[in-house]
Design a protein around this ligand. Structure first.
Ligand code: ADP
Ligand code: ZN
Ligand code: ZN
Length: 731
């Protein structure tokens, strides 16, 4: 008789023992069905042993071992164990979370019943452009199928429009497409003959970069690719991926957010037409995600392009990891298992003894520091490939009066750009109409009753909305406190700027791009098409607009309201602001003319703005690092936060005070700060508080956290929900 130790999706820091017949060490990493309480649960076998500490009458039997897909490989199990351990999160949750949803279900996969379609030779001969305009769906389906290296799932194809299923049938009847069975899990592990489309001739800097990585060979090597916006980092990635594919290995390319992937994905697919590209992000449905995952896990996919969760994808032939925009905060998961995909990527590269490339124009100070002290090797791309760096100017708003948040200078610049038939963009990091609604006579403000936050006025539907919990209510006709009818919207959001611009430039075609206007599926995709087709004159938007989009006609960027992050209590605020403004500035002038950036500020002399104007992140980063060193902040110390949540703030603070006391009893190598209410204290009806601890080495911090967590677990706290956040990005 054998026993298996199983990871289950429960918030307990243990594995669970079950007895099983006919299991061997080869079953480690497989899914099992086991009885858990009165239910049946899906788990992962973490170990097979010949004994258990459980009393014999308490040992229950495994119901079945799922052998439909290959087990999770040893390196992934190791990574997950590390994750549970380092981030102090229940191992079972970490492990199950890493699986595609379909594999967390009790049913076995019936891969061979998943229908897919591919183009026939006749279908390949059809130029989608020759189809009549009303055949929009067919055109789109043909486009998708010809971009796919192999076949595409029926589910994926049907997702584009309600009538797609009918269109597929018609196309099959016409002989343009044929149905096939898609089971990537059973595809051969060999990567098909790689076929690489040609790219542009490299610039000298790009060539030097590619050569450096090539010459360093295939072992573990962490590289920082510090490349200014527009310097062609993507091209460097593509060349290095080509090398890896030629050696029959797989590349993992991590990107921050889903809205970045379509463009990059298209570039990767065009460059490697013969290679299976698996894309893994949260915008996929379950079946797409599963297929991508299986293609990666079987070795069939040469490239895996994904957001942070993709770091847990099994890749048997992994040869290279690239983390694009490595400074982006979205690589860190902010709840549940609070991991950093970038940091795990480094772990994984080291474990697999392969190179890893971290790319950014504004690397995180943690990364910058590692590069400056020689732990990472630095590669520089100092010039934009096709353009001059944008000309950055400041509008001093202490002197220039603002009307609806806009200065005359910015309006004049927009006007001139309009006259030249070029595009402008106004960037404001806040959606909605106005962030505050205030009563003129008694100073009442509209607040969320569930959060410690103000309700944001939205012009659409004339409502007040909470951006934290989603609560929504009608705008009151009069002040609920004093009955006054004169309620005043204060400050600007994207909607207010949009309407102010519409009043000033009635003939201009204005497009607002923010989370509200892009909510509909494919909305952002349609907008990008409009922008490229020059159907838009002025863009107004939030950071969705800032990231990696190449709009050749965009030559003017205006920035409103940037100052709010200058004097923030968050010590990372300036680093982030620099990154954000660099990205925004990078949108201007990617075409033939030099771009112009106008930033409205009360502090034009601030060192951040001065460094930004010189496009000199390294100098500013050095300055910030010196400040951090002086103040004793990361990366010179290592932090963790104990977060607590309760219905009363007193309960949360109380719990943290007890936790601090526990800590003081057994450790004096770490600094323990006072418990404080969280920045946004009330969120969706719960009160939150936190306690920061910090140490001078990772090892000391981890040693402390292990002991502390054990005591916290043992305290049997019930009223307060708590969690540890290691290497927190937000305090
Ligand atoms: P980054 O990611 O560094 O901001 P991109 O990779 O988006 O920059 O490149 C900027 C632009 O330069 C893109 O339009 C890209 O196609 C183009 N580009 C990159 N490398 C070359 C090259 N060697 N020759 C010509 N154009 C290039
Ligand atoms: Zn009032
Ligand atoms: Zn709220």
């Amino acid at each position: 008789m054998n026993f298996v130790r199983v990871a289950l999706d429960v918030p307990l820091p243990t594995l669970f023992d079950y007895s099983a017949t006919a299991v061997t060490a080869d079953d480690v990493g497989r899914r099992v069905l086991v009885p858990f309480g009165k239910k049946i649960a899906v788990g992962i076998i973490m170990e097979v042993t010949s004994s258990t500490a459980l009393a014999p009458q308490r040992v229950r039997r495994v119901l079945s071992v799922q052998r439909d897909v290959a087990p999770l490989p040893a390196d992934i199990l190791k990574l997950l164990r590390f994750c549970g351990d380092y981030y102090h999160h229940p191992l079972g949750e970490a492990v199950l979370n890493a699986l595609p949803t379909r594999l967390r279900r009790r049913q076995l996969l019936k891969l061979d019943t998943d229908k897919a379609y591919r183009l026939t030779a006749a279908g390949r001969d059809i130029d989608p452009a020759t189809l009549p305009p009303r055949a929009k769906i067919k055109r789109e389906l043909l486009g998708l199928l010809s971009a796919a290296s192999d076949s595409l799932d029926e589910a994926r194809l049907c997702a584009i429009a309600p009538r797609a299923r009918a269109a597929l049938k018609v196309m099959a009847d016409l002989g343009w497409i044929e149905q096939c069975v898609r089971a990537p899990g059973s595809q051969s592990a060999a990567i098909p003959e790689t076929c690489v489309a040609s790219g542009p001739e490299l610039t000298d800097e790009q060539r030097a970069t590619v050569e450096s990585v090539r010459n360093a060979g295939s072992g573990f090597a962490p590289w920082l690719l510090l490349g200014v916006t527009g310097s062609g980092k993507t091209e460097v990635y593509l060349r290095l991926i080509a090398d890896i594919l030629a050696r029959g290995r797989q590349a993992l390319l991590l990107v921050p957010e889903i809205n970045l992937t379509p463009q990059l994905e298209a570039q990767v697919r065009t460059r490697f037409p013969g290679t299976t590209i698996a894309s893994l992000h949260s915008g996929l449905n379950e079946s797409e995600r599963l297929h991508g995952w299986l293609a990666a896990q079987s070795g069939a996919a040469g490239v895996v392009l994904g957001t942070r969760l993709a770091i847990f994808t099994p890749l048997p032939n992994l040869g290279l990891i690239i983390v694009d925009e490595e400074h982006d905060a979205s690589f860190k998961q902010m709840d549940g298992l609070r991991y950093s995909a970038r940091d795990l990527a480094l772990m994984r590269a080291k474990e697999r003894a392969i190179p890893i490339l971290l790319g950014s124009a504004t690397p995180a100070l943690e990364t910058f520091h590692k590069a400056a002290t020689g732990s990472y090797r630095t590669l520089l791309l100092t010039h934009p490939v096709n353009a001059m760096p944008a000309d950055i100017e400041y509008v001093d708003t202490r002197q220039a009066p603002l009307i609806d948040g806009l200065s005359q200078e910015l309006l004049k610049a927009i006007n001139a750009t309009l006259k030249r038939g070029e595009q402008s963009m106004v960037f404001i990091n806040r959606r909605g109409y106005a962030p505050v609604l205030i009563c003129r006579s008694c100073n009442w403000t509209a607040d969320c009753h569930r959060c410690s936050a103000k309700l944001v006025l939205h012009a659409e539907g004339r409502s007040l909305r909470c951006h934290h919990c989603g609560h929504q209510e009608a705008i009151p006709a009069a002040c609920p406190q004093c009955g006054n009818h004169d309620l005043l919207p204060l400050g600007q959001g994207t909607q207010r700027i949009e309407s102010a611009l519409a009043r000033t430039f009635p003939a201009a075609r204005i497009l607002r791009v923010d989370r509200d206007s892009t909510r509909r599926k494919h909305a952002w995709q349609d907008m990008r098409r409009q922008i490229h087709a020059q159907e838009i004159d002025i863009l107004v938007g939030t950071q969705i607009l800032a990231k990696g989009h190449d709009f050749p006609q965009l030559n003017l960027v205006g920035v409103i309201n940037a100052d709010s992050s200058l004097y923030s209590t968050d010590f990372r605020a300036s680093e982030r602001l620099f990154a954000r403004l660099t990205q925004v500035a990078g949108r201007a002038g990617r075409g033939a003319t030099r771009g112009r950036v106008l930033i409205q500020t009360e502090f034009p002399q601030h060192p951040l703005y001065q460094a930004l104007r010189r496009h000199d992140y390294p100098a500013y980063a050095q300055e910030l690092l010196a400040e951090r060193k002086q103040a004793g902040f990361p990366p010179f110390v290592y932090q963790a936060v104990l977060r607590a949540e309760a219905s009363q703030i007193a309960a949360a603070l109380d719990f943290l005070a007890r936790a601090a006391q526990l800590a003081a009893e057994f450790d004096n190598a770490v600094t323990i700060y006072d418990p404080v209410p969280a920045n946004l204290t009330r969120l969706a009806g719960l009160e939150r508080a936190q306690l920061t601890v910090q140490a001078h080495s990772r090892a000391a911090l981890q040693k402390f956290l292990r002991a502390w967590r054990e005591r916290l677990d043992a305290s049997g706290e019930r009223k307060v929900r708590w969690a540890l956040d290691v290497d927190p990005l937000e305090l």
